[in-house]
Write a protein that binds this ligand. Structure first.
Ligand code: FES
Ligand SMILES: [Fe+2]
Length: 363
């Protein structure tokens, strides 16, 4: 008779509460993984740029004269002042401190009085570049110069996403919604990655968008793929034409470890999540809602509001309560519910996620 396998326990509380673990993640996993930076529609003209932060670093993406998209650390190579803020358009990247200027391709172009410096090697000074990938129009950055491409981290996801959203190359952000959560980023990401809590906590999502009883989540490389059947059309909370194309009546979601997710709602409505940790017990969630120029923007905005007021708000209360509990001396990590048959009431996805979380800190 084979030994019964012991239930797998949830991750120790210290992974979510210890500032030293968060620091290790900033230097490690958060700096070595692909993370959402922005969308190509933000960089239409040469010189268009936007700034963002990953792993405690200020970074920016910019479009060159040749039309390439580059990413750089947002720091001057003279005496470290920040170069750009927010978003905009510029012909050169000019540092506000002493006006050194850089080409959009990173090379130092000029600086007041630098020619007077004997031996000043202008050619050797250049902005520090980062890896940027265009993933179906979504720009991802990775601070690891040797990182494997996204197609290896997240097999088949670009192909599946393109099939689910036929107009994926023509999207623009229609609405951005944020939510602050007083919890470690991993509490929020875990909460996103199981639907064991959906029927009890998300009546609108579980009754008005998906058939929660059919929800399933399976790993696909470092992606967690969520699939489900949708509600009967008469129960949908917004109008859709299921016959518009092959996937118009489907819901699916692709969570890309460690903190980005693409969701496609019935009607080919693409919306994204990305998480930006503030410190070891605060995180901000950004929800993007995307559509083509011809899309029904008011429907998308209405859906964004409905989602913020229901699912997102409901989750804020759940994750904040969990964070308080993780700080309690009365908590001992409990067993994960791993049903061999998977399905909505199983936490297989949490087991995968916590394995990646452990590896990220311990190996
Ligand atoms: S720090 Fe940028 S020009 Fe001096
Ligand atoms: Fe939730």
């Amino acid at each position: 008779m084979s030994e019964p396998t012991l239930p797998i326990k949830s991750l120790d509380a210290r992974y979510y509460t210890d500032p030293a673990i968060y620091k290790a993640e900033q230097l490690g996993v958060l700096a070595r993984t692909w993370q959402f930076a922005g969308h190509v529609s933000q960089l239409k003209q040469p010189g268009d740029y936007f700034c963002f932060d990953i792993a405690g670093e200020s970074l920016f993406c910019i479009k060159t004269q040749a039309g390439d998209i580059k990413g750089y650390f947002n720091v001057c190579q003279h005496r470290a002042h920040q170069l750009l803020k927010g978003s905009g358009n510029t012909t050169l990247v000019v540092c506000p401190y002493h006006a050194w200027s850089y080409e959009l391709t990173g090379e130092l172009r000029s600086g007041p009085n630098i020619k007077s410096v004997p031996g000043f090697d202008k050619e050797s000074i250049c902005l520090n570049e980062i890896r940027v990938e265009n993933f179906c129009g979504f720009l991802f950055a990775n601070l690891d110069p040797l990182a494997k491409p996204m197609s290896e981290w997240y097999p088949n996801v670009a192909e599946e996403l393109s099939a689910f959203v036929p107009d994926i190359d023509r999207l623009e952000a229609v609405e951005w919604v944020t939510a602050e959560e007083k919890c470690n980023w991993k509490v929020s990401v875990e909460n996103y990655s199981e639907c064991y809590h959906c029927q009890l906590n998300h009546p609108t999502f579980a009754n008005g968008i998906v058939k929660a009883s059919t929800y399933d989540i399976q790993p696909q490389g470092y992606c967690l793929r969520h699939t489900t059947e949708c509600q009967n059309l008469d129960k949908m909370s917004y109008p859709i034409d299921v016959n518009a194309n092959e996937f118009a009546g489907h819901y699916s979601s692709w969570f890309l470890w460690p903190m980005t997710s693409f969701q496609v709602y019935p009607g080919n409505v693409l919306n994204t999540y990305h998480w930006r940790p503030v410190d070891h017990e605060n995180v901000v969630i950004h929800r993007g809602w995307f559509g083509t120029e011809e899309a029904d923007k008011s429907m998308l905005r209405q859906l964004a509001v409905q989602d913020r007021e229901t699912t997102v708000e409901e989750d804020v209360h759940l994750v904040e309560s969990v964070q308080r509990g993780l700080n309690s001396r009365g908590y001992t990590p409990g067993p994960l519910v791993l049903d061999p048959n998977h399905g909505v009431k199983s936490e297989h996805s949490i087991a995968a996620l916590q394995r990646w979380m452990r590896e990220a800190v311990d190996e």
